[in-house]
Design a protein around this ligand. Structure first.
Ligand code: FMN
Length: 181
């Protein structure tokens, strides 16, 4: 347990940062207003396929997700670390993709309209099925309504101990059956 301190993020820094995560970019758009931000995601249902993201209400991306009921999750490759570093801060202008020169991948038809990041390992387009307060964040659960995967890319960008990291090598063959993930 962290020492008692006036820093309200002390436990987040000392404990939550030890949960390893794949780094994603969460995208959202309302017409010409487009935003993207570095974030984390986890799956919370297999059938239907659903993912959850927790977003702080001060973020522009969060506001756009609330407005449109849609978001994208782009799973980053290690070569895209610079995008994660840039998108983890707020940026000026109506289109954060343009301001930060983040390569944009348009949403497929009927997928909610949130842009993804071109060149990612995978992009999931989600429609919000539930949102609720979760401490200082809003927890959005989204159903995956479209996706794109590049099977040639497996060099996932990770976040662990407040650092970016790369995934190591496989330690087993692909599971032939059983749990689908
Ligand atoms: C590795 C990493 C992971 C992050 N994960 C989240 C997250 O899951 N939820 C969140 O609200 N902010 C997260 N952030 C912070 C946002 O990316 C940051 O607040 C960003 O400036 C929001 O941009 P916006 O205001 O343009 O939406 C993360 C930042 C980093 C560097």
């Amino acid at each position: 347990m962290a020492e008692k301190t006036s820093d309200r993020f002390a436990v987040a820094r000392a404990a939550l940062s030890w949960i390893p995560h794949g780094v994603t970019i969460i995208g959202a758009a309302d017409g010409p207003e487009r935003s993207c931000a570095t974030g984390t995601a986890m799956y919370v249902s297999l059938v239907p396929p659903m993912v959850a993201i927790a977003w702080h209400p001060g973020s522009r991306t969060c506001t756009l997700i609330q407005k449109t009921g849609a978001f994208s999750v782009s799973v980053l490759d290690a070569s895209q670390q610079d995008i994660a570093e840039r998108a983890g801060r707020s940026a000026d202008g109506p289109d954060k993709f343009a301001t930060l020169q983040v390569p944009l991948l348009e949403a497929p038809p009927d997928a909610g309209g949130a842009p993804g990041v071109a060149g990612s390992i995978a992009v999931l387009w989600c429609k919000v099925r539930d949102s609720r307060e979760s401490g200082d964040h809003l927890l959005f659960t989204g159903e995956v309504v479209a996706y794109q995967v590049d099977p040639a890319k497996v060099d996932v960008l990770l976040r662990f101990r407040r650092r970016y990291a790369q995934i190591g090598h496989d330690t087993s063959p692909e599971a032939p059956e059983g749990y689908p993930i």
